[in-house]
Ligand binder design. Structure first.
Ligand code: LCS
Length: 394
């Protein structure tokens, strides 16, 4: 019988080291692995014999977290990389070639946006961005040469949702070979499993909730054994070289053991904060998929187990008052990144999404005045008291 989520997040990928039997996976801090003979080295390189060769091609610590993520996302295979951008570039350089078309949602993490619109286009990939919240927009933008469809849900930073099942169905009806790629960073497989809804590939910034402790940069991807094999032996090995270090992989494995309880607490805290903010006269708008005021609340309930830790707001305030509000927060830390134990606050238009022009922000429905919170694991009344104090100053 398939084990439960918590059991899988803790036990998957454990290896026995006879005679030592450590509970936690040791850190295999090595660049290369010895062969018994020249013939064995040749067999490893040809793929005739399984086994480690060189850490860019594989290492027990990165293999362990790959197995964990595959078991949690319901994927045949998964792999780890040195950053979320390393994972996204590795997957895209594997899936696309010159002359192909990439169709992506218009609200993306700023560096993903920049990679797509300024990076891939340099190498002959056509890129179109449309609003995926209406799946009909996807249908009408698909082309004969579309090879990949890419989106986040909820989106960074405006927490828009994309109907994963509907978009996957539309893309595959157009051409079964189109790869539907979902950035599942905001949800993690505890809250949402895109592959079960019809997507082909999941990518993650493991820097965020998968690790959960704000001390590592890492990325991951999950999908079919065939595609992840190509990403490992071509995309990562030859194209990006975005290899995760053994110590970073060890820390991700450590974080992933508590993923479910952290996600549940992030979600509960964020719901309390979102409800508080929604009732505050100085708050113009609260974006949180768990509020019935969210335009896609029904989809959120259908697609997500809970609503996650990200909350974005607009204040009834001038630009300088909004800045004053952010500056005055004490418990909430002014920093980019997300998914940590600490509550973080940032201003997307001038920080994470400063790669967007003002016009592109407008088109993507990312208000210039938006303030983004990554609600942490502190006592919710303390987070709310800090926000309350900040709002009382403006
Ligand atoms: N995908 C999403 C949804 C992200 O939010 C980020 C980083 C990445 C990919 C890239 O991952 P990285 O290479 O940083 O591991 N997002 C950030 C953010 O919103 N604030 O700081 C980083």
């Amino acid at each position: 019988m398939k084990k439960g989520f918590a059991t899988r997040q803790i036990h998957t990928g454990h290896i026995d080291l006879p005679g030592i039997s450590p509970l936690a996976m040791p850190i295999f801090q090595t660049s290369t692995f010895e062969f018994d003979s020249a013939a064995q080295g040749a067999r490893r390189f040809s793929g005739e014999e399984r086994g480690y060769i060189y850490t860019r091609l594989g290492n027990p610590n990165s293999a362990q977290i790959g197995e964990k993520l595959a078991a949690l996302e319901g994927a045949e295979a998964a792999m780890a990389m040195s950053s979320g951008m390393g994972a996204i570039t590795t997957v895209m350089w594997t899936a696309l070639r010159a002359g192909d078309h990439l169709l992506a949602d218009d609200a993306l993490y700023g560096c993903t946006y920049s990679f797509f619109t300024h990076g891939l286009t340099r190498f002959g990939v056509e890129v179109t961005l449309v609003d995926f919240s209406n799946p009909e927009n996807v249908k009408s933008a698909l082309r004969d040469n579309t090879r990949a469809v890419y989106f986040e849900s909820p989106t960074n930073p405006n927490l828009k949702l994309v109907d994963i099942a509907a978009v996957s169905e539309i893309a595959h009806a157009h051409n079964p070979d189109v790869k539907v790629i979902v950035d599942n960073t905001f949800c993690t497989p505890y809250l949402q499993r895109p592959l079960e809804l019809g997507a082909d590939v999941v990518v993650h910034s493991a820097t965020k909730y998968l690790n959960g402790h704000g001390d590592v940069i890492a990325g991951m991807a999950a999908g079919s054994a065939e595609f992840i094999g190509e990403c490992t032996m071509f995309g990562l090995k030859d194209m990006t070289g975005a290899v995760i270090g053994p110590f970073e992989a060890y820390l991700i494995a450590r974080g992933m053991k508590t993923l479910d309880i952290r996600m549940a607490r992030h979600s509960a805290n964020a719901m309390e904060v979102a409800r508080y903010l929604e009732g505050h006269p100085k708050v113009k708008r609260v974006l949180y998929p768990g509020l019935s005021s969210h335009p896609q609340y029904e989809l959120a309930k259908r697609q997500m187990k809970d609503f996650g830790g990200m909350v974005s707001i607009e204040l009834n305030a001038t630009r300088s008052e909004s800045a004053e509000f952010i500056n005055s927060l004490e418990l909430c830390t002014l920093a980019v990144s997300l998914g940590d134990a600490e509550t973080l606050v940032e201003h997307p238009a001038t920080m994470t999404h400063s790669t967007y022009s003002p016009e592109a922000l407008l088109e993507a429905n990312i208000p210039e005045s938006l303030i983004r919170f990554s609600i942490g694991l502190e006592d919710p009344e303390d987070i709310i008291a800090d926000i309350e104090a900040g709002l009382s100053r403006i």
